[in-house]
Design a protein around this ligand. Structure first.
Ligand code: FAD
Length: 423
């Protein structure tokens, strides 16, 4: 049904189903059943939407996502290094629709939390009883002088997969041998904290084979990072002398960029890049701020048991956009949060208390084909935040067979999370 006016709660009680003009699939919902809208069809949102329908097939679940194809970030560093094609990162919502989720291919532009209404980019509206925000991240362009959206078309961040990923790959392929690739890494919190170092490793793999006089400089606004010893030991073994990293206390924090000269500026020096991969500070996807669910940090405070926003009623936040304490912002965490949030919404609608979630996360880092290591964790709410209950990291002194096995497990993980979410 096309929606052209704001719907009232009474419309809803009468069972007037609300589906926007561009709906691709329109399952027949039971009249009067609760309506849950999910904004964002990434790892968190798509997992949540499907889990909602599986847990309660009577629910009217609508997924609002403008892209017909989702492009996944995990394994996108392999695409940049020429080890994989972007098409292998892409997934449709056909299975999600087949599960009975109504897909609205629109940008959510507004949220009226009082009226429980989402305004879509085409001017139509969608009423909800519960809203899940899963918009991932946006770049905090104001936070790095000289770096804005237009600059990112020349100095790609490639921190959202798609055209940015392809652009960085083309730049590295076009670079002369002997050039300097600069990777600028922001302070925490950021999406997938170890991914900048995985990227440095895989670019080094490409350069070693194709442009061996080239170098990579990682300018880092942090002193320490996840799985640091494992990366450092792999770099020594596989790419000696190719990757240099300057941490915060050595002056690694990037303070501005100069597009005209391709210079990256820190307090201690300027670096002229042949290829500049500038990963700026990040924040929750813009719609979270519009909805009033983001606080002054730019991220969304939540109740860790129910994923309910602490700022706006009847809104839940999952995935990278949420403040979730000790859980790294990752696809596995987003997917686990999406499912746990679905369970808490179904319980709440049935008047039952929420179960305390126990979230599993696995984070693999591939530093060369057939060479990977991992961090696996179980996370539980503690003191109003998520905290690590158990964490296992691959040993630093491990035989190559283990690295090989973990590289295979990494691919298996990607296959299973994408099948679970989209397949
Ligand atoms: P996303 O997956 O980004 O989904 C957000 C969705 O919301 C998007 O589809 C977007 O189009 C949509 N959206 C945004 N705003 C709106 C709006 N207003 N209206 C409608 N839709 C909207 N994680 C791992 O677990 N393992 C890895 O190996 C790994 N590797 C990574 C490598 C790189 C280089 C990067 C950058 C990230 C990596 N990650 C990895 C992290 C992972 O990609 C993210 O943590 C994960 O995608 C977060 O899921 P999400 O659902 O919060 O956001």
């Amino acid at each position: 049904m096309v929606v052209t006016r704001l719907q009232t709660r009474r419309d809803v009680v009468r069972g007037a189903a609300v589906v926007a003009a561009t709906t691709l699939a329109c399952p027949s919902f039971a009249q009067g059943s609760a309506r849950v809208a999910v904004i964002g069809g990434g790892f968190g949102g798509a997992a949540c939407a499907r889990a909602l329908r599986r847990l309660d097939p009577k629910l009217q679940v609508t997924l609002i996502e403008p892209n017909k194809t989702f492009t996944a970030c995990p394994f996108s560093n392999e695409v940049i290094a020429g080890l994989r094609e972007l098409s292998e990162q892409q997934f449709t919502y056909d299975r999600t629709a087949a599960d009975g989720v109504a897909i609205v291919a629109q940008v959510a532009a507004k949220v009226d939390a009082q009226a429980r209404m989402v305004g879509l980019a085409d001017g139509s509206t969608l009423a909800y009883d519960r809203l899940v925000l899963a918009p991932g991240i946006d770049m905090h362009f104001d936070a790095l002088p000289g770096y804005d959206e237009a600059t990112s078309a020349k100095m790609p961040h490639a921190w959202k997969a798609g055209e940015q990923t392809a652009l960085l790959r083309r730049q590295i392929e076009a670079m002369d041998d002997g050039g300097l690739v600069v990777i600028a890494v922001p302070a925490a919190p950021l999406r997938c904290p170890p991914a900048p170092y995985e990227r440095a490793s895989l670019i080094a793999h490409y350069l070693k084979a194709n442009k061996p006089r080239s170098k990579i400089l990682v300018l880092d606004a942090k002193d320490n990072y996840s799985q640091q010893k494992l990366f450092e030991s792999a770099w020594k073994e596989l790419y000696p002398g190719m990757i240099e990293r300057i941490g915060l206390s050595q002056g690694g924090r990037v303070t501005s960029v100069n597009l005209a000269t391709n210079e990256i500026v820190t307090d201690f020096g300027n670096y002229t890049a042949a290829v500049a991969n500038v990963i700026p500070p990040q924040k929750a996807g813009r719609i979270a701020e519009i909805a009033g669910a983001a606080d002054r940090t730019g991220w969304c405070p939540i109740d860790p048991v129910t994923f309910a926003s602490k700022l706006v009623p009847n809104i839940h936040v999952v995935g990278d956009a949420a403040i979730s304490g000790g859980i790294p912002k990752s696809a596995s965490a987003a997917s686990a949060q999406g499912k746990a949030c679905a369970a808490s919404i179904v319980n709440a609608l049935a008047g039952k208390p929420a179960d305390t979630p126990r979230l599993n996360g696995a984070c693999y880092n591939t530093v060369a084909p057939g060479y990977a290591f991992s961090l696996r964790g179980i996370y539980q709410p503690k003191d109003d935040q998520y905290a690590e209950a158990e964490v296992t990291t691959s040993p630093v002194d491990a035989p190559r067979e283990l690295r090989q096995r973990e590289a295979e497990q990494a691919l298996d993980w990607f296959k299973s999370i994408t099948v679970d979410t989209f397949g």
